[in-house]
Ligand binder design. Sequence first.
Ligand SMILES: [Zn+2]
Length: 121
Amino acid sequence: MPAPENSPRSVDCPPSPLGCAASAGEPCLSHGGTRERHNFHRARTAAWEAARIAAVPAAQLVADAAARKGVRHAKHAAEMLAANGFTAEAERIRRAVSDRNGLMSAKQAVALLVDEDGDHG
Ligand SMILES: [Zn+2]
């Protein structure tokens, strides 16, 4: 598995018209490729987020459930994780839901699973 990266720069930018087709590690370009952008094409950011989710099986499971089965609440995401054997991840989500007084979406659960991956603190 590749080292964690904190920027869309770690993935390829999709080809035109969504992006500029910059290779991983290269900056996004604008103005017909003559100028470096200071940010990233939205499609590249989306591709990077998808890659981060794909690297964390529990996050991928919740993201799929949110997209396909309409799982909206983190509490339901935790139940689903537990049912699929992701006990530690389910417990992490339950704690987060509790910390937020129940106000946590499945989408936020995905972000939490992705962000805390590799963080053993
Ligand atoms: Zn780009």
